[in-house]
Design a protein around this ligand. Structure first.
Ligand code: COA
Length: 261
């Protein structure tokens, strides 16, 4: 296990769990927490033994209750831009992470916490999860990519509703609108998230990585470019040993053993 002041990482059976632990402030993101999250992901990127990452918040109340309002309250226009850019960059690195990242949300995911969860590739939520973007009630707007990513995930109308009202969305509604992939009983959150991560981790790692790359590439590009990217990545996978192994294993009626090469 590696641990900084607010973020710890545990690795078991090729799954890394990154936990934000600042429970006294409902895991709110101050600059140090954001930096520690970034460092934790940086280390996992290079670790070949890790095939999937779970990101969660410590305690029973919150995933992350937002950016730290005490810090935001001090900002001027220039620092405001910097705070936003720094958060955006860290979340962008998570979104572009070459291994699947699953948010396990067992409570409040508000403001920056909601934005952090939607920068992850998948979201498993407990029946106690609450998503929301309450920024307009504080006189600001989401600044960690929330106004950009949410509409892509749940559609323009629903994103506008969440950003303009600041209202919270419960777990059931989150699943209905595509904000959550899976709702599970609170006590099963980590076990069920780990099961999903393990399910993905059994597949060919490079194929999983390029699948993500192709999907995000498509969302961020035109149809023709996206289709071209898909073909290129599809072809690239034919150079991997894992493709030979996956297909041989199928034909030989055995389980594939993937090396990530
Ligand atoms: N920034 C800084 N501190 C925060 C925080 C945030 N985003 N969210 C919670 N906290 C702190 C509270 O100030 C409180 O600290 P204190 O005990 O030193 O006073 C502690 O965390 C516990 O929160 P509290 O409000 O007492 O818990 P609650 O159960 O009554 O309410 C929330 C929970 C999530 C509804 C409430 O904390 C809240 O609205 N938080 C702010 C959410 C928000 O606007 N986020 C977007 C920021 S851009």
């Amino acid at each position: 296990m590696s641990k900084n002041e607010y973020v710890r990482t545990e690795i078991a059976d090729s799954i890394a769990t990154v936990t934000i632990d600042r429970q006294a402030k409902l895991n709110a993101l101050n600059p140090q927490v954001v930096a520690e999250v970034d460092v934790a992901f940086g280390a996992l990127r290079e670790d070949r033994a890790v095939r999937a990452v779970i990101l969660t918040g410590a305690g029973d109340k919150a995933f992350v209750a937002g950016a730290d309002i005490g810090v935001l309250a001090e900002m001027g226009p220039r620092t405001g831009v910097e705070v936003s850019r720094e958060g955006q960059e860290v979340l962008r690195r998570i979104e572009r992470f070459p291994k699947p990242v699953i948010a396990a949300v067992g409570g409040y995911a508000l403001g920056g916490g909601c934005e952090l969860a939607i920068a992850c590739h998948l979201r498993v939520v407990s029946d106690r999860a609450r998503f929301g973007l309450p920024e307009v009630g504080l006189g600001i707007i989401p600044g960690y990519g929330g106004t950009v990513r949410l509409a892509r995930l749940i559609g323009l109308g629903r994103a506008i509703e969440m950003v303009l009202t600041g209202d919270m969305v419960n777990a059931e509604r989150a699943a209905e609108i595509g904000l959550a992939n899976l709702v599970v009983p609170h006590d099963e959150l980590m076990a069920r998230t780990t099961a999903l991560a393990s399910r993905i981790a059994r597949n060919a790692p490079v194929a999983v990585e390029l699948g993500l790359k192709s999907i995000y590439g498509a969302v961020e590009s035109t149809m023709d470019h996206a289709l071209e990217l898909e073909s290129t990545l599809f072809g690239l996978l034919a150079s991997t040993r894992d493709m030979r192994e996956g297909m041989a294993a199928f034909l030989e009626k055995r389980k594939a053993v993937f090396e990530g090469e």
